[in-house]
Design a protein around this ligand. Sequence first.
Ligand SMILES: NC(=O)c1ccc[n+]([C@@H]2O[C@H](COP(=O)([O-])OP(=O)(O)OC[C@H]3O[C@@H](n4cnc5c(N)ncnc54)[C@H](OP(=O)(O)O)[C@@H]3O)[C@@H](O)[C@H]2O)c1
Length: 345
Amino acid sequence: MNISTATKGRGERERERERERERMATGLGKILVFGGTGYLGKHVVRTSIKMGHPTYVYGRPVTPNSNPSNSKVELHKEFQSMGVILIQGELSEHEKLVSLIKQVEIVISAIGTPYVMEQLRIIDAIKVAGNVKRFIPSDFGCEEDLITAVLPPFQDLLEKKKKIRRATEATGVPFTFLSSTCFGAYFLSFLLHPHDKYSEELTIYGTGESKAVFTREEDIAIYIIRAANDPRTCNRTVLFQPSKNILSQLELVSLWEKKTGRSYNKVFVYEEELVKLSETSPHPENVRAAIIHSIFVKGDMANFEIREDDQMEVSKLYPEVEYTTVDQLLDDFVANPPEFHYVEL
Ligand SMILES: NC(=O)c1ccc[n+]([C@@H]2O[C@H](COP(=O)([O-])OP(=O)(O)OC[C@H]3O[C@@H](n4cnc5c(N)ncnc54)[C@H](OP(=O)(O)O)[C@@H]3O)[C@@H](O)[C@H]2O)c1
């Protein structure tokens, strides 16, 4: 028994239990985020706190040699100022993970692409802890249980994500899988180069006619936290098909031309070239070529029907969320053109 528990009277302990019951009743359970300092993870952490959840982030330590201008150092400061509880450690520290997981209700992983198999360690700890009410693994891309015939370097990644799904299901712990959208700001910035004021060219992959889905990263985070608290999404796959944000590359370029008043030469990179790049380029360019092929040539994110029995769609589940439209996102790009950096693959 620790000192604070020992000195608390029966009344105080009962009030604490009552607060805990209220928190659960209002859906404000404790959330633990893995990968919270990452590209998507930081939005998940910010949203979790904004929605009133006591929020924990487990991540690798910032070392004494870390550059203070490093974004992780800055993020840790920001998180601390918001009241996030930071726990530093490695995923290999099993006992530490188990005792932390025992303190929370919801576990969300936003671990980066190269490390998705490391989530088996999180799943092992969740199994031992035995108390988690919802686990959301790091998906958030193409729907791995739906799409077929993607090029091998991307297939490898999807197979890993499928293994994580099957391991998650095998625990018997309630889960939600979220997928099937491009990170909006990331992919729009990749396609349209908003920061490049002088370029007169844009690359179009394939014929430019296949549709893709774009959801702003902050909105993805809102949907993740909503779904994590939602009994309807328990043991279901939640997909993204917000009607205003399903566009082809040609539609995007035309919209961008209207917003900027510029006119671009379209340089086409056709399917055969992407296939070849996926076969001959070194990692990670081969994976990028295969992902681009799947999303923008085959249209894998947008060309399927939702199976009502085990799949749900975010904009139908949460019609009250006023998601950012691609049109609005491009207005933001005109005002504040973002720089583009690849995420790790
Ligand atoms: N739909 C899309 O357009 C799209 C685009 C990109 C990514 N994704 C997917 O979204 C998910 C998150 O990707 P992301 O790009 O946001 O992630 P990320 O920024 O690359 O990394 C997220 C976090 O992973 C942790 N991490 C890094 N190396 C690690 C290691 N060796 N062991 C354990 N943890 C490590 C780090 O947290 P700490 O340093 O704090 O430990 C890092 O902040 C992935 O599943 C990815 O495939 C989707």
